[in-house]
Design a protein around this ligand. Structure first.
Ligand SMILES: Nc1ncnc2c1ncn2[C@@H]1O[C@H](COP(=O)(O)OP(=O)(O)OP(=O)(O)O)[C@@H](O)[C@H]1O
Ligand SMILES: [Mg+2]
Length: 266
């Protein structure tokens, strides 16, 4: 299993959008992919056609059941989602304490998946200081940190440097994505140049500000399925291929790995 964890220092920068669309794109490349939601907003599922009225998820059950794989929902034969689900505040708080204080908790939760050959897990988390992101750091192969293409996001860079997320010996698995870029805006262009200079090789891609992103979400589709010719779809494709490369994987032949639930049972 390979694990990609997605987080950010600011909210609303595109974590969930990127997690969902990266998962979709990697599945189109032939990999078996599980998108897992560690954010209590429980919004990742809305990118996979799961109705808002469907409250099922793994967090409310995780305190009683050590293996989380039974709560996985199939989206297609090689794309799966594990929603956070609805739960009350005290359950959320106990879940987060367990993530922080009991290293076996996450290990056992993902144990059945960790032994699944060829699986890519894409985890959407809240902030960089969230218990889930911290717990996942132990297991993550790469950590993706989206930044908006604006001045406010650039003011986060000194914080990211101070906290060891960039240009640091331990930051080798941290990579940044500049989201909502706009080639027609001078300010965005300046921000892009600044980000490229500061983040250097840790910046692995950009995603244009594109209405297709909003339209795809409201149509409960991936950007690629909604409009393969859109700028954002091309950007997601380029980022996915970069991620495949960073994970040391080869792009598939188009053959799809067999059902995840079957392979967990084997
Ligand atoms: N490239 C883009 N072009 C246009 N709109 C975008 C783009 N990326 C994200 N958005 C929109 O920005 C909003 C925030 O995106 P998203 O929910 O993915 O951010 P987030 O970081 O997960 O937020 P939160 O911190 O609340 O979890 C959404 O309405 C999404 O559709
Ligand atoms: Mg989100």
């Amino acid at each position: 299993m390979k694990l990609i964890s997605i987080s950010s220092s600011k909210g609303g920068v595109g974590k969930t959008t990127i997690a969902a669309n990266l998962a979709h794109m990697l599945s189109l490349r032939g990999f078996t992919v599980l998108a897992i939601d560690f954010d209590s907003q429980n919004s990742l599922r809305t990118h996979f056609g799961i109705p808002l009225s469907d409250t099922q998820g793994f967090v409310s059950k995780a305190l009683r059941q050590s293996d989380w794989s039974p709560f996985i929902i199939s989206v297609s034969n090689n794309l799966f989602v594990l929603p956070y689900g609805e739960c009350d505040e005290s359950t959320q708080s106990i879940f987060e304490q367990r993530l922080l204080n009991d290293s076996d908790f996450l290990h056992h939760g993902l144990q059945a998946l960790r032994n699944t050959e060829g699986l890519i897990l894409v985890a959407d988390t809240a902030s960089l200081s969230s218990p889930a992101f911290k717990a996942l750091t132990q297991l993550a192969d790469i950590q993706l940190i989206p930044l908006l293409s604006d001045t406010a996001s650039m003011t986060q860079l000194p914080y990211l440097e101070r906290t060891g997320f960039l240009e640091h010996p331990q930051s080798v698995k941290n990579f940044f994505i500049l989201n909502q870029t706009n080639p027609r805006s001078d300010v965005c262009q300046d921000v892009e140049t600044f980000a490229q200079n500061t983040l250097s090789k840790q910046l692995i891609g950009q995603i244009h500000r594109d209405e297709s992103v909003l339209k795809a979400h409201s149509a409960e589709q991936s950007i690629t399925d909604f409009n393969r010719l859109s700028a954002a779809a091309a950007d997601i494709e380029a980022i996915s291929d970069k991620v495949i490369d960073l994970l040391g994987l080869e792009i598939g032949t188009g053959a799809i790995y067999h059902d995840l639930k079957e392979s967990i049972r084997e």
